[in-house]
Write a protein that binds this ligand. Structure first.
Ligand SMILES: [Fe+2]
Ligand SMILES: [Fe+2]
Length: 434
């Protein structure tokens, strides 16, 4: 079951060819997706990129790497294996069998959850459309494109659920995914952070670290869902999301490392084309705060209802030691709880960057700003905006002045260190893009 069938027009591990109606509908949507990719995805459609793709849905299924042109990447529909006898683990349906169909009373809520998640996926591809033109190395360019194709696949994942389980409404919702665009004044993406620009590589690493990490937490809580197809879809997506976390974590760490190296020569690294630590801090402040907004209001009756209805659980629900039903005061604070789990996860990454700085003997510590900093959603909205802590125009102009493509294998822009090792046991100077 977990083996993926690549002989089909749409690769999948769900037996799509037995479901002719949905197969036809998705085959109709497929050319619209490819058009969208060519119009709004990476501006590079000709290069051959060393990409990883799934061959099976289990943990070992990620082995296959090959050079492909991105528009020819095999986007497909992959769900984690079904767990026989799985029960709903929280809320008022706790202990009941999970649902294989959408319960009528939760149809609108589930559609909204899926559409909101789905909308972020193509948005994040649109946000970095031209970034490939200024890649600091072939290694990094490959990482960007890998994230891009996987976000495209996440869109497929959500579109499949919409087509399969939500009838005509679902098909319309799927069409709208290709119709809204990041930053479009008339038809913007649903959530604020996904209408922001990601204009340079420092922003991209911050986005992959902070904003994709919101994705990880949303997917993890949807993976707990009593609606089993959603749970299985999100479980598989989390394996891809882990790679996005790595891209952000590692990218920022290499920028920090390079800055520290340059500081040995000159405290003012801008003289040497490096990115100052305090500037990195301001980028962190921005991306962290807009990502906190993605969790919604700290206090939320929607979140309470999603939980009680068994639609969306807590992060690692089953490892939590309580009744999994919860009192009202706890229920309305579930967004805040997920946000706190997120903050702890972010802090672990920041600690690693600080270790690099400390190992260089430099007296500087990167931090996560206070939760109330630069917020536009929830209890802290518009309360505490300290302009000195956000990237300035000259910060952005300086970073953008450093963004010159470096495309010889094994070479890296001066503002970023080489990675410790290459991708898939290849060397760092492997030709990741041809
Ligand atoms: Fe995603
Ligand atoms: Fe992601």
């Amino acid at each position: 079951m977990s083996q993926i069938d690549y002989s089909q027009k749409i690769p999948n591990n769900i037996g799509l060819s037995d479901d002719v109606r949905i197969q036809r509908a998705l085959e109709k949507w497929q050319p619209a997706f490819i058009d969208w990719w060519k119009g709004y995805g990476p501006s590079d459609t000709e290069s051959e990129v060393y990409l990883r793709t799934a061959v099976s849905a289990d943990a070992k299924g990620w082995a296959v790497f090959d050079h492909v042109k991105m528009p020819e990447y095999r986007w497909g529909i992959f769900l984690a294996d079904k767990i026989e006898g799985r029960k709903i683990s929280f809320g008022r349906h706790k202990g009941e069998d999970v649902w294989q169909q959408v319960p009528g009373e939760y149809r609108a809520d589930l559609r909204r959850l899926i559409a909101t998640q789905g909308d972020t996926e193509p948005a994040s591809v649109e946000q970095v459309r031209y970034l490939g033109e200024t890649a600091p190395s072939l290694y990094d360019l490959r990482s960007l494109f890998q994230v891009n194709v996987e976000e495209g696949r996440h869109l497929w994942a959500m579109v499949y659920l919409l087509h399969k389980y939500f009838g005509k409404d679902g098909r319309e919702e799927a069409d709208m995914m290709l119709d809204r665009h990041s930053g479009d004044p008339d038809k913007p993406r649903m959530l604020g952070a996904f209408n922001e620009k990601t204009p340079d590589w420092l922003s991209f690493y911050c986005f992959a670290f902070f904003t994709d990490r919101d994705g990880k937490f949303q997917l993890a809580s949807l993976a707990e869902s009593g609606f089993d197809p959603l749970s299985r879809t999100c479980k598989f997506m989390l394996t891809e999301e882990a790679n996005h976390m790595f891209t952000g974590q590692n990218g920022l760490q290499r920028v920090v490392q390079r800055t520290c190296e340059l500081m040995r020569e000159n405290d003012d690294v801008t003289k040497l084309g490096g990115i100052p630590l305090d500037l990195i801090q301001r980028y962190i402040n921005f991306h962290y705060s807009v990502s906190l907004d993605l969790f919604g209001s700290e206090s939320s009756t929607n979140a309470a209802n999603y939980y009680s209805s068994g639609l969306k659980g807590r992060y690692r629900e089953e490892s939590i030691n309580d009744d999994h039903v919860l009192e009202t005061e706890t229920l309305v604070k579930l967004n805040e709880r997920l946000q706190d789990d997120y903050v702890n996860d972010c802090q672990m990454g920041v600690n690693r960057w600080n270790k690099v700085i400390k190992d260089f003997g430099i007296n500087f510590e990167l931090i996560l700003p206070e939760k109330k900093f630069n917020r536009h959603v929830g209890q802290y909205a518009e309360m505490f905006i300290n302009d000195g802590m956000l990237p300035t125009q000259s910060d952005r102009a300086y970073v953008s002045s450093l963004m010159k493509p470096v495309l010889q294998p094994g070479k890296f822009a001066n503002w970023i260190a080489a990675p410790a090792k290459g991708i898939n046991n290849q060397s760092v100077d492997f030709e990741y893009i041809r």
